[in-house]
Design a protein. Sequence first.
Length: 70
Amino acid sequence: YDPGKKLIIRFFSEAKNYINPGGSVQMLYSSVANPERVLSIAERSGWKHSLMAREKTLSERFFLYRFTLQ
């Protein structure tokens, strides 16, 4: 639970130091956790994303994103 998105801000800021050139990060996110905000944070941190898959359940949707550095 990260209502202020502090963990995701830190992740996208620090992951740049660990990713290989041309590498990517995959992240599964739930509709319950405001994925639009996460995508906005990633973009502001220098990452671009693509939607790899999505799945709907009775109560939420799941999204698999691939992030690469811009």
